[in-house]
Design a protein around this ligand. Structure first.
Ligand code: C5P
Length: 225
């Protein structure tokens, strides 16, 4: 069964825990760089002590030794899922996978904020076909033994046919019918993302900015059950 990961994109530990506590059946939470830098590892320990699984989304991209160290530290902290950039290369990905222990790793391919032109500029390759680039990087991550891929709702179906059935597909950009798009452009509703192959959907503002986070969370869980 697919899981709903609530992105706790708030600035303080207090706010994050208040939100988590408002959803007693919360199964998974995402901690990003802002919250992690404000609260430190304490936020992970607090969430874990409440029985919540933690997705630490710090998107590591460094030399293999550094990334392996970060992955090992996250695993010691009992993080359940963390992210690395596939563009870090096969050696970095292998080092990360080797250090991951019981923790799962998902690879980020091309940031969805890129256009073909901006990606081409960053990589010195002219205009790049981003669909091909996403597939290429996902295959690299799989070859290195990484367990999953972060993918947009638009690509999740194609990604599912590219990777094995065991691979986790972590999909942000989820908008339940009728909710505000915010800055997301490539969105899908929860059920469509899961039907296309998502194992984990990441939902932030539709839940965290709602007057009734628990009701929206439960509604999304029911929709994908
Ligand atoms: O609030 P919203 O539902 O848009 O939050 C989506 C979450 O997924 C955010 O935490 C954001 O960092 C993350 N994300 C994303 N798009 C990506 C990768 C991650 O929105 N391509």
């Amino acid at each position: 069964m697919a899981e709903v990961i609530v992105a706790l994109d708030v600035a303080t530990e207090l706010e994050a825990l208040h939100l988590a506590d408002s959803m007693p059946s919360l199964g998974w939470a995402k901690v990003g760089p802002t919250l992690f830098l404000r609260s430190g590892p304490a936020i992970v320990r607090e969430l874990k002590s409440r029985g919540v699984q933690v997705f630490l989304d710090l998107k590591w991209h460094d030399i293999p030794h550094q990334v392996a160290g970060a992955v090992a530290a996250a695993e010691e902290l009992d993080v359940d899922l963390a992210t690395v950039h596939a563009a870090g290369g096969i050696e970095m990905l292998r080092a990360a996978a080797a250090a991951s222990g019981f923790m799962r790793l998902a690879a980020v391919s091309v940031l969805t904020s890129h256009t073909p032109e901006s990606y081409g500029e960053a990589t010195g390759r002219g205009t790049v076909d981003l669909d091909e680039e996403v597939s290429r990087l996902a295959k690299l991550a799989m070859a290195a033994g990484v367990h999953g891929v972060v993918t947009s709702p638009r690509e999740v179906g194609a990604m599912r046919s590219l990777v094995g059935a065991e691979t986790w597909l972590v999909v942000p950009g989820i908008r339940p019918a009728g909710s505000d798009m915010g800055d997301q452009r490539r969105t899908a509703d929860p059920r469509a993302a899961v039907e296309a192959g998502a194992t984990h959907i990441v939902v932030g503002r539709p839940i965290t900015r709602s007057e009734q986070p628990e009701a929206v969370y439960n509604q999304i869980c029911a929709e994908i059950a």
